[in-house]
Design a protein around this ligand. Structure first.
Ligand SMILES: [Zn+2]
Length: 247
């Protein structure tokens, strides 16, 4: 049976101390997300909320061996700054927060940290974590949770064939399955409204993603994608703790 708290920030010092002393905690998952525009209908927190959701389900499945570090809710989002509400860290700031968080975990004796990412713009962190691990003498890996899906799996389950895309069918399906209150369709009319988009390579994508979200996203698809991601993240974490991880 799955019971118990896995979120570090919801534990007391007594909880953490006793679980560490009992040798229960072997690894941590650090969710990384963003606070950025997700088209007209999804909340800014989407990437953080989805990374947290997948990470939490994975950690619960591995209870009591894995805890969650506090999610990094602001990521590298300079490319969305034309949309008010987006918050962005400079890459070096983002890397440093991730490093300091991993160092804190290492100092408490946690030797395996899986960064579970939910925002494509945070991708450059992947190249940093090996160096972090070497410096700290622990095992750190970076994965975006959608690495769980093969091309065939995406084709099979996403009508648009597009994943992760941005605020499109995939992300909207995840929201509808895990936190439907984050989808706001009221007053949104993607056929009526057009936007003067400065970022050139997004001008064509913005309306297409919006229509994919509106026409194809369902909670059922979201559940399938979440379950596959949770299983995959739990496998990666298990490999790390067993010392059999390859990448
Ligand atoms: Zn997103």
């Amino acid at each position: 049976m799955i019971t118990g708290e896995v979120r570090l920030w919801k534990m007391t010092r007594k909880h953490v101390r006793e679980r560490l002393a009992a040798g229960q905690i072997k690894g941590a998952i650090l969710p990384t997300g963003s606070t950025e525009q997700h088209n007209e209908h999804l909340e800014m927190e989407h990437d953080t909320a989805s990374a947290l959701h997948v990470s939490q389900q994975a950690a619960l499945g591995l209870f009591p061996k894995v805890v969650l570090a506090t999610p990094m809710a602001i990521g590298i989002s300079e490319h969305w700054m034309e949309w008010p509400g987006t918050l962005s860290l400079r890459p070096e700031t983002f890397f440093q927060v991730a490093y300091d968080t991993c160092e804190s975990l290492a100092r408490h004796g946690i030797e395996h940290v899986l960064v579970c990412n939910g925002h494509a713009g945070n991708g450059p962190l992947r190249n940093e974590v090996a160096g972090f691990g070497e410096k700290l003498g622990i095992d750190i890996q970076f994965h975006s949770y959608w690495e769980a899906y093969s091309k065939e799996f995406v084709q099979q389950h996403m009508e648009s064939g597009d994943c992760p895309a941005h605020a499109a069918e995939f992300e909207t399906s995840i929201a509808l399955a895990a936190f439907p209150e984050n989808a706001h369709w009221e007053g949104v009319d993607y056929d009526a409204e057009t936007f003067d988009i400065q970022r050139e390579n997004y001008r064509e994508q913005d309306p297409r993603y919006a229509h994919d979200a509106r026409d194809y996203a369902t909670p059922h698809k979201g559940r399938i994608m979440i379950d596959a991601a949770v299983e995959w993240v739990a496998e990666r974490m298990t490999e790390m703790m067993e010392g059999t991880a390859t990448s």
